[in-house]
Write a new protein. Sequence first.
Length: 756
Amino acid sequence: MTTATATTERPATERALEALKRGGNPFRNYFARNPDDEVCARYHVPELYSAERDLLMRVIDLYRNDPNTHSEVVPVLGNKGAGKTHLLHSIKHSSDGGWQLLVTPGVYQRDTDFLEYLLFQMIDTLLGGGKQKGYRPVEYIGEELVRKLLTKTLEELPAADKRELFPAGGLSRWTRILGLGQGSAEERVRGLIDTLNRRDGGLSPAHSVRKCVTDAGIDCQKACDMVAAYIERTEAHNTAGLMRRAILQGFVRAVLRTDEADLANFLTYGFAELEFHVRPTRQELVLSLLKVMMDVFRGLKVPVVVAFDQLEDLLLARRSDDSHRIAEAFFAGIVQIMHQIDGLCILIFAERGLWNRFVPSLDGYIQDRLNNPIHVPDHGTVKSLRLEAPSPELVRRVVEARLLPVLAELPSQDGLSDIYPFNDDQIIRVARTEPTLRDMLQQFRHQFDFVVYGSEDDRVLRPKETTEPHIAPPGTNRLGDGTPEHVEIDSSTPAPSRLSDSGLSVKSVVVLESESPPKIPSPNFDDFAVLPPLPVAVPVDRPKRDISARSNLVELWEQEWRSARRKLEPEGALTGATRELQAALGTFLQIGHEHGVKVGPWRLQHVVPEFTFGEHPTYGAISLAHWSARGGQPWKVGIGLFLARGAGKPKDLEIKLAAWECEPPVIDHLILLRPEDDMLLSGKSKTLWQDAERNGRHARLEAVSLDGYAALYAFPRWLTTIAESLPEGQPLPNLADLIQEKCEKLLEQVCMPVQG
């Protein structure tokens, strides 16, 4: 017997720990940054909040089944970290149920008319590159709309026109001239209609419209012209009809010619240039377009859901703001929309404390609409939806989902638990002592680091818990220091038997910290578990993620920037995001001012994030930045987005240059940010620019790449992510150095020239 055969295989736990080390901490991303966060999909547990998700989907189905249902609000309330954003993600991206247009605003433009704000959020979502249930909204809606329009066009087409659809040569051409072959053309048209309406398993269309048309032997340009002519004949010639005509024809070109430019140009420019008998006001224009768009969606039975997530960060980005005034304007805007537009399902994901703080102080008529109950079949009357802490069984499923990708790579688990390196007692302990899912995941993150990497910084010992709950004397908390504490215990619902024999279930825990730190008795090491126990759930001792660390801020920035770039890549997306980018520019300048950003000798002294003027809803907005150098007189600089193309280009420039005409004057210098691939001014645009120069106007064009626009688009979402990540009450870290590093070129473009 040789010694080579006497080698002993390493224990399974040792191999598992090595695999866990290589895979990294799966609990590191313990919160959802936004409804499109890929972390949500990677670790999604369908059973988590399944009842709440089903209820919300049933609410949305009310608008699918009856598109004219009155617009209503459903508040979704839960503590910070309860899983509200993850729930929204599952509604937006899960394959269950029908498709809906889900608008999830990332910022609230507090100084903008609410109608304008909602309209351009909807346009940005429609034209952007973000996908919902696997489709870009413009692609899904375009496919459904053009399929319907093309079917109607073919059904009403005269017999002679049907024969002209199909190219013919030789003998076939002569039979068509003689009026023969009509039956064949009819059959081919009927076959095309059947193909257009064929469904794959009864759910989605079997083939795209372009494939159906080309497979039938019809030129897509000819089909596009044919449907456009049908729309021209059938749509009314009033204002709403003119808008519908342009929108429908824009979708037809987007689908059959893969050209989204016309649709994007009309939604941002053309709707304000129609021939009106009486020129409408800015608000009337916005309302008219919004109603027409909703009418198009209702005709397809596509519900429109507007979901405001992370309301606390949306409304209270800067603690110095008048929070009550902002909240009142926000909720009053929602009620205004509910009165003017039918068919909107409005979801508000908010912290309970914030909701209970603001809503009771609002005017009575606003409260009545926000609290108006909705009757949902099989669910009864719903006023609000509350997210409670998940049960230990569901917490275990969440932990399994996080650990599965790493443990699945092991050749053999050799009896290891599917929650290794944890055990069931630890899962139960965390599930019953932590108030929210986020706090639970944070505790697992600390314990994972200690067990796998041996991190002493996160090591906090805790005694084993007994099977009997400890009941503190009246007037004391679980630490015994007299600090008031509220704990709701529901003994009516026993925990799953496989995890615990105890019938107690902690629904929520609210700990009020005393002014002095709690007194923690010295531990008796004989009472500790063999496996390293989890950190005790005491706020003053719990390790917190240092989100202000530079590496974390950079990582969050890169994630948001990549996401923004994907959304702006498709044709038409940049044009559709005009107002969103303008608002982001204002936020960028405001934060730069608050954090002391400088460019060479120039510093910001004052910022107006968004200044609106004139009657054009899209182009009539700029940001104002007062730059000063070494204590000199500040320059009032207007900075605007100049994104229009084609026929809208001179109009956009004309309106931006009109900012000089405001009285009293608001700018000394005008900077316009223009896509770098279209910097040439010609025709009317060139004349307008030259006239401004002759009149002594100081202005310049700055060429901005897609990367630069993505940085702008990502900036407010990055701030929201940082704010959401910070412990409650902790202010934003100073971001000046990071802004100057990541946005150096953009800063130079929005500043006065820096002399070399």
